[in-house]
Write a protein that binds this ligand. Structure first.
Ligand SMILES: [Zn+2]
Ligand SMILES: [Zn+2]
Length: 426
């Protein structure tokens, strides 16, 4: 009530004697006599807001800010009494004050704290990128993932990797980005938006940052020869170097991509079709490991699609638990897969459903690394791997077919004889 610009004490009742004023105030506050009566009795010029014309009560205090007299400004009798306030600047000595000086000080304190917070974050981020990871120590998987990030997500001036921005993008990319972050190959760029970074201390007084990772810019924390940052980005973007991967390295990344794609589709079917919350547990991991050993991504789409429909019928016909439905779908896919393998049945390849978000990692791998001419979803990783293994002789260090493109050109007859690319519509 005291944070307004202080008014001056009113003078309209100044014609009253000291005694009359004292009597009036007693009748107003204590006896609570009607104001119309008081107005008539004392011949007052107004019949409301008497308190504005009452004298301010001086206290023994002075203002802690400007040293002026602290007063109590009379209150309306229906309201609570006012707190003592500085007659000059409006400051309240005790308790919560919102005078302009106090608000100003609070703002200064806030700005100072914010500055210190940002300095702590900045120091911590610079500390984390101070130890660079030698390029030679990177695994094939890490190199390929970096290649994708540089090619598709680097800033125009090639100084950082742009934020993934949405939680949806993060969900679809974190299988590839998180391992890079954990091994400090990617660090949070010091020019990121700090409003998405929290700061805490652990019990050893070490600074711990809690970070909304999908909002961060990324720094590539890798050292290669004496390449500048700009040269490093250019180097990573040229997939030629990453192509010098062993057959097995290619195979492992391909399987990772295949599992990732299958998992996205499986998650969609659980969440959207069966209305069961998808959780990527050991049973799923186990199934996807098995499927990607034997089938292309397109064939796995086929199996998931078919048995999601079966499971949906099963769910609608019978009253069963969520767990039951979950296990039913996994079991059906597994049984069918085993039957197809045992009997060498043909299984059609589905295209990637349009409602599943594009994955930049898959696109990069198939286009730049495998040069798969659009066939990446239709070849089983192990098929390419085994043919290459058989083609290796003692002197060859790298894969016989460096790319799926080479392989398709040479083994075209396979695709016609075995009809592995037969289209099926959903
Ligand atoms: Zn003051
Ligand atoms: Zn104040």
């Amino acid at each position: 009530m005291n944070h307004y610009q202080l008014k001056k004490q009113g003078t309209k009742f100044d014609f009253l004697s000291q005694d009359e004023m004292t009597a009036l105030m007693k009748e107003y506050y204590e006896d609570r006599i009607a104001m119309a009566s008081l107005k008539a009795k004392y011949k007052l010029p107004q019949n409301n807001n008497f308190e504005e014309q009452f004298p301010w009560e001086k206290t023994a205090e002075t203002c802690t800010l400007c040293n002026c007299q602290v007063v109590v400004i009379p209150h309306h009798r229906n309201l609570y009494p006012n707190k003592p306030v500085c007659s000059n600047c409006g400051h309240i000595n005790e308790g919560h004050c919102t005078c302009s000086s106090c608000l100003d000080m609070k703002r200064q304190v806030y700005l100072q704290e914010e500055k210190e917070r940002e300095e702590r974050i900045s120091n911590q981020l610079h500390l984390e990128e101070s130890v660079k990871i030698p390029f030679e120590k990177l695994t094939a998987e890490e190199k390929i993932s970096l290649g994708m990030l540089v090619r598709n997500m680097s800033s125009e001036d090639l100084t950082y990797i742009v934020p993934l921005s949405s939680k949806e993008n993060w969900k679809n990319s974190k299988d590839f980005v998180l391992p890079l972050y954990k091994s400090k190959i990617l660090t949070v760029h010091p020019e990121s938006d700090y409003s998405f970074i929290g700061i805490k201390e652990n019990k050893f007084n070490e600074t711990i940052l809690s970070i909304e990772l999908y909002k961060m810019k990324w720094n590539i924390n890798v050292l290669k020869d004496d390449l500048s940052n700009y040269e490093l980005y250019n180097y990573l973007a040229r997939a030629e170097d990453q192509l010098k991967l062993t057959n097995e390295e290619l195979f492992l990344y391909w399987k990772k991509i295949a599992k990732h794609e299958a998992q996205l589709y499986l998650a969609y079917n659980f969440d959207q079709v069966l209305k069961i919350e998808f959780k990527n547990d050991f049973a799923i991991e186990n199934l996807l490991e098995y499927l990607t050993n034997h089938f292309s991504i397109g064939q796995i789409y086929n199996l998931i699609w078919k048995y999601t429909n079966n499971t949906l019928r099963f769910k609608e016909e019978r009253q069963v638990t969520t767990n039951h439905i979950y296990n039913y779908l996994l079991k059906c896919i597994r049984n069918e897969a085993e039957k197809i393998i045992a009997n060498s049945y043909n299984l059609g390849h589905f295209d990637k459903p349009k409602y599943i978000q594009e994955s930049s990692f898959s696109d990069f791998f198939f286009s730049y690394i495998l040069k798969a001419n659009g066939q990446g979803y239709r070849i089983t990783p192990s098929e390419f791997f085994e043919i290459n293994q058989n083609n290796l002789d003692d002197t060859q260090e790298f894969v016989q077919f460096k790319t799926v493109g080479d392989y398709l050109n040479t083994y075209k007859f396979l695709s016609t004889n075995k009809e592995p690319f037969k289209d099926e519509e959903e």
